[in-house]
Design a binder for this molecule. Structure first.
Ligand SMILES: Cc1cc2nc3c(=O)[nH]c(=O)nc-3n(C[C@H](O)[C@H](O)[C@H](O)COP(=O)(O)OP(=O)(O)OC[C@H]3O[C@@H](n4cnc5c(N)ncnc54)[C@H](O)[C@@H]3O)c2cc1C
Length: 508
């Protein structure tokens, strides 16, 4: 199979940009790469905005990255290290994380043994969690089952209250989703594997080493990343989270600037893809024109892809999972110290009573990233996140609260939970419709069928990556785009769909 000479990438979020960036570094300059982005900007859900005369930075989408992905080395190559803003493991934002349950902030254990013991002793549910961790190795394992919800898994191996309180809060923070519907195999893959291999999560954690769970390709990638980025990795050793001086959007912007300097790369905004036709070449129609490709990398939401493919029905499951919508309410106060506690913020479990406005959590942005505004440490900034699975998930059918109401509800909650009565200096309210895909139980098997269908109907012409498939974090998106490009450019004769890891030969 000869290598494609003309790649078209659908979608210019972080997945599409990363795919283009990796391709542009590895293909000859005669290979054309085009990104077709439907909106008027690149970056997708990553949106950092400075507002008002004080140019306060608000993050409307993601706000931090974890150093354990391959994002770090990417920023090294894009010369972003000088803009790095890091939270170290000793900072309050790393040590202090809270949940709101049942009617107050509860600090989660973790920062020091003494304070952890104190929290555990003072809270019945943390005590229950601790005892269920001690007892977990003695719980009979349930091997070789296909999948179950996170809630079923955690209740079975630990205790129902652990899922209802701690895990549902965590899931609100990452997926804005419902623990009772999300797949343990796709979201907590490691926990699932630990039970399968060791019969117990805790036993497995104590016995196993992390790398044993990586497939060979991940190990190879990790080695390259470690060898090439020793200096940066040394800086990142004590870092628990990071962003950049002007916010997370500096990452996609730096990729766009890099791509603009490459002659073989075309960057097109305002080009929503409306139809794909497969022949010897692929014809791609957008609202603005027609393009041709040898190979398409789709990074748009899978549901969106299902609408533009020909022969609806041949490619299954693309529109199975819904995505949830999240409202973000960014608020800044002209005072550095109005919070009663320091930390990253708090999440609200599904079982917290009296959560009528469906708040998912509140991030203390000015504690997490104190140096992004001028003068530093002058303002208190918070982001209230509302909705997720509580909003009806597929947009169009939902009456979202209007923005004034969302602001009003947020202020009421901040007053009740944190005792904040001040008037905001600035605020920004937005509703991100269908922004986080939900991997419902059975996701893994559906991807397997999807893989074989793409292989059968569009071999060597279509591959997929992006948040709809293998993880929603920015690190997941960058890593999966990198892996897809490596597979596409490898000399193997395998058909590459982007869903290879379910093919047994790619697993350990
Ligand atoms: C509120 C919020 C907070 C988050 N917080 C974090 C965090 O702190 N850390 C973290 O790591 N992750 C976080 N995430 C998750 C992360 O931001 C996203 O999962 C990730 O940015 C998705 O990137 P993507 O490129 O796969 O998809 P997208 O960003 O959705 O990009 C897809 C692109 O495709 C375009 N498109 C769609 N249809 C078409 C079409 N037909 N034709 C052409 N273009 C099309 C869209 O306009 C979009 O630009 C958060 C997400 C949200 C919404």
């Amino acid at each position: 199979m000869s290598r494609p000479n003309n790649f078209v990438i659908l979608g210019g979020g972080i997945s599409g940009l990363s795919a283009a960036w990796y391709l542009s570094r590895h293909v000859p300059s005669t290979t054309k790469i085009t990104i077709l982005e439907g909106s008027n900007r690149f970056g997708g859900w990553i949106k950092s905005k400075r507002v008002g005369e004080h140019k306060i930075l608000f993050e409307q989408g993601p706000r931090t990255l974890r150093p354990n992905g391959i994002g770090g080395p990417v920023i090294n190559k894009l010369n972003l290290t000088s803009s790095l803003h890091a939270v170290t493991k000793n900072d309050d934002a790393s040590k202090n994380r809270y949940i709101y349950y049942p009617d107050r902030l509860v600090k989660l254990p973790g920062s020091s043994l003494l304070s952890s013991l104190k929290s555990v002793m003072l809270n019945k549910f943390l005590l229950k969690t601790a005892s269920s961790i001690l007892l977990e190795p003695f719980v009979k394992s349930s091997k070789n089952y296909e999948d179950e919800s996170i809630h079923e898994f955690i209740s079975r191996r630990f205790d129902k209250s652990v899922s209802d309180i701690l895990i549902s809060a965590l899931i609100h923070g990452i997926y804005a989703g419902d623990v009772k519907k999300l797949s343990v195999k796709s979201i907590f893959t490691r926990l699932y594997d630990l039970e399968q291999r060791h019969g117990s999560v805790i036993k497995g954690l104590l016995m196993g080493n992390k790398e044993a769970f990586l497939c060979q390709q991940d190990k190879d990638l990790l080695k390259i990343v470690n060898d090439e980025n020793k200096e940066l990795l040394a800086i990142m050793k004590d870092v628990s989270l990071y962003s950049f001086k002007d916010g997370i959007e500096q990452l996609p912007s730096a990729i766009v600037n890099d791509l603009k300097n490459r002659e073989n790369v075309q960057l097109k905004t305002d080009n929503r893809v409306i139809k794909l036709e497969f022949g010897k070449k692929i014809k791609i129609s957008t609202n603005d024109g027609v393009y041709e490709a040898d190979h398409i990398i789709s990074t748009i939401p899978s549901r969106e892809l299902s609408h533009i493919l020909p022969d609806k029905g041949t490619i299954p499951h693309l529109d199975y999972n819904p995505s949830v919508s999240v409202a973000t309410i960014n608020i800044a106060y002209n005072h550095p110290k109005i919070l009663p506690v320091k930390g990253f913020g708090y999440l609200i479990p599904q079982s917290t009573p009296n959560n009528p406005y469906h708040i998912l959590g509140v991030v203390f942005d000015s504690d997490a990233m104190p140096l992004q505004d001028e003068p530093p440490r002058t303002y208190t900034k918070l982001t209230v996140m509302i909705g997720g699975h509580y909003f009806n998930s597929i947009s169009g059918k939902v009456d979202f609260p209007n923005k004034d109401i969302l602001l009003q509800q947020s202020m009421e909650i901040l007053e009740k939970h944190l005792g904040i009565y001040s008037t905001p200096l600035y605020y920004l309210v937005d509703i991100h419709k269908n922004c986080i895909p939900q991997y419902y139980v059975g996701h893994y098997s559906r991807l397997e069928e999807l893989h074989y269908a793409i292989k059968k109907y569009y071999p060597n012409q279509l591959s997929v990556t992006g948040a709809s498939y293998w993880g929603v974090s920015i690190n997941d998106c960058v890593l999966n785009s990198a892996k897809l490009v490596l597979n596409l450019l490898s000399n193997s004769s395998n058909v590459v769909t982007g869903l290879e890891r379910i093919d047994t030969k790619f697993r350990l």
